[in-house]
Design a protein around this ligand. Structure first.
Ligand SMILES: NC(=O)c1ccc[n+]([C@@H]2O[C@H](COP(=O)([O-])OP(=O)(O)OC[C@H]3O[C@@H](n4cnc5c(N)ncnc54)[C@H](OP(=O)(O)O)[C@@H]3O)[C@@H](O)[C@H]2O)c1
Length: 334
């Protein structure tokens, strides 16, 4: 068993119920010995990480803790014949960064069942530009396509479009030939969304209907919703007949108040998306697509490369809905 000192972002629960964070030095022998020790080259910041870093017990049950639901790096030790030292690998989801020490540490130790070999065609850094956000965008597309969604059906709406999942959804759907409308609260990000491939852009208010009507003018053939709450309800009411909606986020609200009419009159499909529990066969299939036909043009995505000591600032920003694109954490350990 290796004994290596490493740096980690460390969240503690104080006696007064508040949460503090700092960068500390740890030893790999303090990590739970789950089977595969990985030296993390890159992680990324997702909304869920910010919840974990700020003491959300729905995400992280026990503190002290190191968040980071994403990690990409090289295997150091492995108890599985599927992985050997120096193999380049990705870990996203499962319990990583929730109650298992995550990618905001320079080393993680995880079960072999969580580990995916880095697909040919993606670098470690690119895999974390995608991270859970890109994987969730791909999983949303996977569900939509499996439900019959086709570009010729009409416009595909993406809400929360400048965020991580939103940006990657716009980029991937556009690459697959869908006519994408992006909804955003950031009026200054029109050019960015067009660069990602959006054909039109609407203000966030357009998909936040307050009329109380049970159904609205059918506008969208399909949608990927990262926002939840009244936005999700509005999009459901505005889907065309037999439209599909991939529901993957709740930045505005986890609540959904709706009637049965979108379902029984318009025959729409509400599709649940859970990236963390995606079975390994689908994971491998989607990572292969993300390194091939579905690989977005990385130069069009806003990417903020940060070290561990710059992370807190980004965590506060993502909680305020202020991030555009992706924040990638680069570990510079030797
Ligand atoms: N189901 C899954 O497996 C899965 C996986 C990953 C993430 N998620 C969820 O997906 C959501 C997005 O995650 P993310 O990492 O992409 O976060 P993010 O980068 O912060 O993106 C969220 C975006 O939503 C918009 N937004 C923020 N607050 C809003 C509000 N109050 N009302 C309306 N829009 C708002 C903003 O975009 P605009 O300014 O462009 O509107 C923001 O950039 C989160 O709820 C996250 O938990 C789910």
């Amino acid at each position: 068993m290796k004994n290596i000192l490493f740096n980690a972002y460390w969240v503690t629960e104080e006696a007064d119920g508040t949460f503090k964070n700092q960068i500390i030095q740890r030893n790999t022998d303090e990590l739970p010995q789950n089977g595969v020790l990985i030296k993390v080259a890159y992680s990324s910041l997702n909304y869920k990480d910010a919840l974990s870093a700020s003491g959300n017990k729905g995400v992280t049950r026990r503190y002290p803790h190191t968040p980071g639901i994403d990690a990409a790096g090289t295997v150091v030790e492995s108890n599985s014949t599927n992985f050997n030292p120096d193999d380049e690998v990705i870990v996203t989801g499962y319990d990583l960064g929730m109650s298992t020490m995550g990618g905001f540490g320079e080393y993680i130790n995880v079960p072999a069942e969580w580990v995916v070999s880095l697909p040919t065609g993606l670098s470690l850094k690119e895999s974390m530009i995608l991270g859970t956000a890109g994987f969730t965008a791909a999983l949303s597309m996977h569900h939509l396509i499996r439900s019959g969604q086709k570009p010729e059906d009409g416009t595909l709406l993406v809400t929360g479009a400048t965020g991580g999942v939103g940006s990657l959804s716009v980029a991937i759907a556009s690459k697959l030939g869908f006519n994408v409308t992006a909804s955003t609260g950031k009026s200054d990000k029109k050019e960015y969304l067009e660069r990602l491939g959006a054909k039109s852009i609407v203000e966030r208010d357009v998909v936040d209907d307050k009329s109380g009507k049970m159904l609205l003018r059918p506008q969208w053939a399909g949608a990927i919703d990262t926002v939840g709450g009244n936005t999700l309800a509005t999009v459901l009411k505005s889907l065309k007949t037999h439209g599909n909606l991939a529901c993957c986020g709740n930045v505005a609200s986890p609540l959904l108040s709706t009637s049965v009419f979108p379902f029984i009159l318009n025959g729409v499909n509400l599709l649940g998306v859970n990236s963390a529990t995606t079975p390994m066969n689908v994971r491998k299939e989607l990572w292969a697509k993300l390194s091939g036909d579905w690989k977005p043009n990385f130069s069009s995505i806003e990417i903020d490369m940060v070290g561990l000591n710059q992370l807190q600032n980004k965590i506060e920003k993502i909680l305020q809905g202020g991030i555009t694109g992706r924040v990638v954490v680069e570990h510079k350990c030797s």
